[in-house]
Design a protein around this ligand. Structure first.
Ligand code: HSE
Length: 365
């Protein structure tokens, strides 16, 4: 297998290095920006890769939606298999890229786009061939888990913890995607597309950790709880549901033991029951290892991981599977709500904020 790589940042470098040691794989060219072009294997135009007859597979680790989408399309149209770690790309254009890959008879895989080194998409794509996946989710963002661990375990400030996560290469280029829950939401969209053949593009609910403060941390600690940011999607009474929100878990819950950049992804199969996977969810080599896993799966003949005939859909978070009690802190006052649906809770908080209140909330388990 002859592989060219788009991007030479945290993940791209890791992929390049790992390919050197992988049997049956050769690194061909690496696409970089003109000011980064310092080695003979580096190129600055995508055409040099799409027109390279020696390249059979392209790995994209640039991030962002444009020009990643244009480069992905060009690679697939040129008959190259395509592997990406880019959640934003797949959440927005996974269906179009899958259609192109099918037309050209090549592979399109993206297991590095959710869970870092954890093979959650890979496993679900295999499990869903013979079992019905009912729901899935977990702690899917290493940066926020790192921040929450540092704030709650070591008393670090939000800003210091975020800065450290950036230095360690966990955070996105624009870390607001991490802390706002957008990165987790994109991963939930991918989980849904692989598990249920529905890529939910509307109706999604999202809350991040930007409003988490040390006074909330102290309150939770007194209640024997700790905060985690989690996403979930599933087949509900009203169709597919999909959302991201902070969850106050008991200190004895499995999620409370997931610290630092570790992710914990789970799925519930009708026959398998609950399967949980944990491991490093961000960082150079964990993410690169997931890319290499996809490359090796292509060598064994795997063509796709998106669910069969996947379509875009609208999530509905108002059903009975989405009802929870919440901890609500409005302008410094704490209260627990009665059971509310995710969509009602997120709508209520949106309207409180519109009126000028400072609000933190978390699902209270
Ligand atoms: N910024 C992401 C995270 C990288 O922190 O999880 C891995 O997807």
């Amino acid at each position: 297998m002859n592989i060219s790589i788009l991007g030479f940042g945290t993940v791209g470098r890791g992929v390049y290095e790992m390919i050197q040691a992988a049997p049956g794989m050769e690194a061909r060219k690496v696409l970089v920006l003109p000011q980064e072009c310092t080695e003979s294997f580096m190129v600055t135009s995508i055409d040099e890769i799409t027109s390279d007859a020696g390249t059979d597979t392209v790995v994209e680790c640039m991030g962002g939606i444009h020009p990643a989408y244009e480069f992905a399309s060009a690679s697939l149209k040129a008959g190259k298999s395509f592997v990406t770690s880019n959640k934003a790309l797949v959440a927005n254009f996974g269906i179009e890229l899958q259609a192109l890959a099918e037309e050209k008879g090549v592979s399109f895989l993206f297991s590095a786009a959710c869970g870092g080194g954890i093979p959650v998409l890979h496993n679900i794509s295999v499990a869903s061939q013979t079992d019905s996946i009912l729901k899935c989710g977990g702690i899917l963002n290493g940066t926020t888990n790192f921040i929450l661990t540092k704030m709650q375990g070591e008393g670090k400030s939000y800003q210091d913890a975020l800065f450290e996560a950036q230095k360690l290469g966990y955070a996105e280029k624009d870390p607001s995607a991490d802390v706002s829950g957008l990165d987790t939401l994109r991963k939930v969209m991918l989980l849904s597309s692989v598990s249920f053949s529905v890529l939910p593009a509307e109706g999604l609910c999202r809350e991040g950790i930007e409003n988490f403060t040390s006074s909330v941390a102290d309150y939770l600690s007194d209640e024997g709880r700790t905060l985690r940011l989690m996403g979930e999607c599933g087949k509900g009474e009203k169709g597919i549901y999909a959302y991201v929100e902070p969850v106050a878990v008991k200190k004895t819950d499995v999620e409370a033991s997931i610290s630092s950049n570790i992710n914990y992804a789970w799925y519930l199969g009708e026959n398998s029951g609950l399967i949980g996977l944990s491991g490093q969810g961000a960082g150079r080599y964990p993410t690169a290892s997931a890319v290499l896993r996809d490359l090796s799966a292509i060598m064994e003949g795997k063509k796709s991981m998106l669910g069969k005939d996947c379509v875009r859909g609208v999530a509905d978070n108002s059903g009975k599977e989405c009802r929870h009690t919440y901890l609500l802190c409005c302008d410094g006052r704490f209260e627990k709500t009665p059971e509310l649906s995710v969509s009602d809770m997120h709508e209520m908080v949106r309207s409180m904020r519109e009126k000028g209140s400072r609000v933190f909330f978390a699902q209270y388990r």
